[in-house]
Design a protein around this ligand. Structure first.
Ligand code: ZN
Length: 294
């Protein structure tokens, strides 16, 4: 299982989400549902974890995995409730979280996201292979966008949305206060190296993680974009690791080391050994910290 997650992450870094989606066989994927309490659930399948909050007349959904997962996600939701998905919130623009937008949008879900996300889907930047993915169709684009924070309410459920720039510049953290469930997308998780992708910075990541650690308490169930549920203590440890990583890379930069020399110095090797991740993820984290240091 761990191997699958690592190789999936590596594939995302190498090929971008579109190529990865084309390579994967979705036919054997089963959706696993975890009850988080107060009619709130985590769904795991292929791509980013999904959170759903069931209200009196409709469902609020966070993220929609790859496009081919739509029918399986629908079936998993139907086992919980026959109410429709009224809102689909995207934590960020990557295809393993937004691939299902078009199908859910066509069925009537209103897609809600940070304003940068609409631009990214309508005009995607080139992937790591240098190729520009196709623009998303109109049904996949957000109908509601926001800048700093907003709320989405339906059927007695309320999602609080807060923007940060830790994984991309389209990141949204979603909090359901009545269930004490926090969905943090790909900005963090339990025992993982950071993935600071296009548009995000190490300082944006650290301040964003500090922000949501402050929102959480010891009982908060934290849904990461990938991997198992996390706790406030996990995210505090992640925050402290990020600060150490930043300080080490900043020291190398201040000493006059180039980006390649900083990577070669392996300044996060002990964290990699502790939390897992392959060399490419560790090197990429150092590069992105170096490149985005103030
Ligand atoms: Zn992502």
């Amino acid at each position: 299982m761990k191997q699958t997650i690592l190789s999936a992450a590596a594939a995302l870094l190498l090929f971008g989400t579109h190529a990865y989606a084309q390579q994967q066989d979705f036919s054997k994927v089963e959706v696993k549902t975890t009850d988080l309490g107060n009619k709130t659930y985590m769904l795991e399948g292929a791509g980013g974890n999904v959170t759903i909050a069931v209200g009196s007349d409709s469902v609020i959904m966070v993220d929609a995995q790859f496009a081919p997962m739509h029918d399986k996600l629908k079936a998993a939701i139907a086992k919980i409730t026959n109410l429709p998905v009224k809102y689909l919130i995207n934590t960020h623009y990557h295809g393993d979280h937004t691939g299902g937008n078009e199908a859910f949008g066509k069925e009537g879900a209103t897609i809600v996201a940070h304003q940068n996300l609409k631009d990214r889907l309508a005009n995607p930047p080139p992937g790591a292979n240098g190729q520009k993915p196709p623009a998303s169709p109109a049904d996949a684009l957000p109908k509601q966008v926001y800048a700093d924070k907003t709320t989405v309410s339906s059927g007695g459920r309320t999602a609080q949305l807060v923007h940060m720039e830790g994984h991309t510049d389209t990141d949204t953290v979603v909090y359901f206060a009545d269930a004490n469930v926090l969905d943090i997308g790909d900005t963090g998780g339990r025992a993982r190296l950071p993935n600071i992708a296009l548009g995000a910075t190490i300082d944006g990541l650290i301040s964003g993680v500090q922000m949501y650690v402050n929102m959480a308490n010891a009982q908060t169930k934290i849904v990461p974009g990938h991997g198992p549920l996390a706790t406030k203590a996990d995210l505090q440890a992640y925050h402290d690791m990020l600060v150490s990583m930043r300080d080490r890379v900043a020291k190398l930069k201040a000493e006059g080391k180039t980006e390649d020399q900083a990577v070669a110095a392996k300044p996060v090797a002990d964290f990699q050994a502790k939390v897992g991740g392959n060399d490419m993820q560790a090197d990429n984290a150092v590069r992105r910290i170096y490149a985005t240091l103030k």
